[in-house]
Design a protein around this ligand. Structure first.
Ligand code: ATP
Ligand code: MG
Length: 576
């Protein structure tokens, strides 16, 4: 490759710049995070193990692991498991599986970077004790109602708790007894001592520890006090020596407390400069999709879908079962980029990425989705003639698919019209079409049942018109239709998926997404596919010519008995 070409290749492979890359570039230039034995860029993806990951999380995963990859740093997968009541090992397992499937790895030459916030419970506790001793935190014994009333609101400053100035020794004693299990949930709470009049509600003495007599999926019954998210999260970042802590915009107002917690703990000798910095980006909103674990759970629990991995679900496991590739999701995340402005991404963007990824890869095949019998009346009885077609039109080296043609075929019902509309070039009485990869036929008639339904179409073929033979050039026809031979076609279940909601923004502006479900989001049909399809392994992606991209279902498909999911149509028909 010439130097010029090399540069061009490097340019097109270089990720698009964004405000985070600009910040990192500046930090690298100033040497801010030059630390002995550590990379200068350490990011993290910190899911709470309380549900399945969705396409919004994929944006965060691609962003954090992508930055680490591009800057030769590392990205930690950290389970933010500080809330025992909603968390479960099942979720830990699926999150690990989804991140790996997306193509990212937390194992590096310097070790494995899979972490659990629950492993830091002793450190969180020690820092809370330090804050109490240093006068930066106190045990509040107000009732929950009084605490809420005294917090004030946006127009009214809060009121100091009567317990705010109790001696540190008294707070410390109470905190230790909280830990020892002497109190019920809600009797006492530990709060940071900051400013009850702060215009930022997050700074009005936020809670940092609470009593919860709950079993934790990893620490069991060791603890009955648990740290609050806003206290634990910055400490997790600081413990892991994260450099750039990237989160979604709703945490912008939490950043002052994030900085406060780390700074106070650093004063107490728990951390050294340089400490992590939080940066916020706009979350992903995708049209026709809800991305909230709570709402997705509702769809599962009310049996609107068959489970978290239903191919209509915007979960990673759902996209995977639908047939999306990790490469397509990564491409989608690159294309949408990151910014600080909230907005909606059109669903066609992710379908476009899927098509761009699959078009060069997917082998071609034929399926007749709405079968109608075509009878070639002048075809020899009981004779099957061999035909073939390329596995991929642009890759002859990938070889040929073999199948046969005979007297009775299946064609698409829509490829025949008794009375053609203007511009219709497919089958109608008197018209000629090419049976793709086969012969030219002329339509001679059709059969109808007593109800007026067309039950079969009749035609005659021209024996010297076979595709790939010299005679084929003598026939000029406008229509070209696909078909399978009734004698060797395989019957298969095909699941045609459509959007789950009828509204582009189903949960925006106070709308109830449960009332906006698309009743036709799944149609199951029996189709005929070409004979080679009998051998297809589960989870195989291909293109059915003229129909779109399909995958053999990873759970329900078997060799010999294939079940196909439509991933997407060939052209953008979404929302039309
Ligand atoms: P949900 O809103 O669905 O409950 P969450 O934010 O509570 O999700 P977490 O497990 O806390 O889920 O999220 C892990 C990471 O994924 C966080 O850093 C969060 O900012 C990010 N994230 C969640 N939803 C989106 C989204 N729609 N777009 C981009 N990032 C997201
Ligand atoms: Mg969250």
């Amino acid at each position: 490759m010439s130097n010029d070409n090399k540069n061009k290749a490097a340019e097109s492979a270089a990720p698009a710049s964004n405000f985070l890359r600009n910040i990192i570039d500046a930090d690298l230039a100033s040497g801010k995070y030059q630390r002995e034995g550590l990379p200068s860029v350490i990011t993290r993806f910190p899911p709470e193990p309380n549900g399945y990951l969705h396409i919004g999380h994929a944006k965060s995963i691609c962003l954090n692991f992508g930055l680490a990859r591009d800057y030769e740093g590392r990205c930690h997968l950290r389970f933010d498991d500080t809330n025992p009541e909603k968390e479960d090992q099942e979720y830990v397992d699926t999150i690990i599986d989804s991140v790996q499937w997306l193509g990212f790895d937390w194992n590096r030459a310097d070790g494995s970077h899979l972490y659990y916030a629950s492993d830091y419970f002793d450190t969180f506790y020690a820092i809370a004790e330090y804050l109490i001793q240093a006068g930066h935190a106190y045990v509040d014994s107000q009732s929950a109602e009084d605490m809420a009333a005294n917090r004030g609101d946006f127009s009214r400053p809060g009121v100091n708790s009567p317990f705010r100035d109790r001696p540190a020794s008294e707070s410390l004693d109470l905190f230790r007894r909280m830990k020892a299990g002497e109190f019920q949930g809600g009797e006492h709470i530990v709060r940071a001592k900051i400013d009850m009049a702060s215009p930022n509600m997050n700074m009005r003495d936020p809670a940092i520890y609470r009593i919860r007599h709950a079993h934790h999926h990893r620490t069991g019954d060791k603890w009955c006090i648990y740290p609050m998210y806003d206290f634990a999260h910055p400490l997790e970042d600081a413990i892991e020596k994260i450099t750039h802590s990237v989160c979604t915009l709703e945490f912008q107002d939490h950043r002052p407390f994030y900085d406060w917690v780390i700074l106070r703990a650093a004063e107490g000798g728990f951390f050294q400069q340089p400490v992590p910095q939080q940066y916020e980006f706009a979350r992903l909103n995708l049209t026709y999709v809800v991305t909230s674990k709570r709402k997705l759970r509702q769809l599962v629990e009310q049996n609107i879908v068959s489970g978290w991995d239903d191919p209509r679900m915007p979960t990673i496991v759902g996209f995977r079962r639908r047939g999306y590739t990790p490469e397509a999701i990564q491409l989608f995340c690159e294309r949408i980029g990151v910014s600080k402005a909230d907005g909606w991404i059109d669903y066609s963007t992710i379908e476009g990425a899927l098509r761009d990824d699959l078009d060069p890869k997917a082998p071609r095949a034929t399926a007749v989705l709405r079968p109608l019998k075509l009878i070639i009346d002048n075809f020899p009885e009981n004779e099957q003639i061999a035909c073939s077609a390329p596995v991929h039109p642009h890759h002859p080296e990938r070889g040929l698919r073999e199948f046969t043609i005979g007297k009775e075929l299946w064609i698409e019902a829509e490829d025949f019209m008794e009375e053609p509309v203007k511009g219709y070039f497919r089958l109608f009485p008197g018209n000629k079409v090419r049976l793709r990869y086969g012969y030219v036929v002329e339509c001679t008639g059709f059969d109808k049942d007593a109800d007026g339904n067309i039950t079969a179409v009749h035609c005659e073929y021209f024996p010297d018109s076979k595709s790939g033979t010299p005679g084929s050039a003598n026939y000029k026809v406008k229509g070209n239709i696909h078909w399978v031979n009734a004698a060797d076609a395989v019957q298969a279940e095909v699941r045609l998926y459509d959007r789950l909601f009828t509204d582009a923004t189903p949960d925006a502006g106070g709308k109830d997404f449960m009332t906006l479900l698309n009743p036709n989001s799944l149609e199951v049909i029996q189709a005929y596919v070409e004979p080679g399809m009998a051998q297809v392994e589960p989870d195989t992606r291909l293109q059915f010519e003229r129909h779109g991209y399909f995958v053999t279902d990873r759970k329900d498909s078997q060799v010999g008995k294939p079940v196909f999911n439509r991933i997407t149509t060939l052209k953008d028909s979404f929302g039309k």
